[in-house]
Write a protein that binds this ligand. Structure first.
Ligand code: ZN
Length: 133
């Protein structure tokens, strides 16, 4: 894995959290994007090499809505950038890690993504992401 690409944080309202993180990080949100297939609205901040991705549910059955009901706002996932997502998915699957999707899917920020089930990663939801070429 190349580096931590971003940390995803589940929040209730982007309208409240974007200004809060702009103050906290002292940097403006550089992009917002909705991913309809995932039921999320996202907002991105650059912090050095890594990004912060805020995630707001865009509908009631969104995984983010479920997460917030269960755990409240907070860190949702850690995303690692990989060179070749399909090779990495194959490698991890062979080692017994449970992938949440069998083929890479479209994520926010021009990325192909795959998630690993937290039950095989010590409770941490892991995202693999690869820049679309
Ligand atoms: Zn993410």
């Amino acid at each position: 894995m190349l580096k931590i690409e971003h940390i995803g944080i589940a929040i209730k309202e982007l309208s409240a959290s974007v200004p809060l993180f702009e103050q906290l990080l002292n940097t403006p949100c550089y992009k917002t994007e909705s991913v309809a297939s995932e039921g999320v609205n996202t907002a991105f901040f650059q912090t050095g090499e890594a990004k912060i991705e805020l995630l707001e549910a865009s509908r009631e059955d969104s995984p983010i809505a479920k997460f917030i009901v269960k755990k409240g706002e907070g860190i949702h996932h850690i995303a690692f950038e990989v060179e070749n997502i399909e090779a990495e998915m194959k490698r991890l699957s062979a080692l017994g890690f449970e992938l949440l999707n069998d083929t890479p899917k479209n994520g926010a920020d021009n990325k192909l993504v795959c998630f690993l089930h937290p039950k095989t990663t010590n409770g941490v939801l892991i995202e693999l992401c690869q820049e679309k070429k």
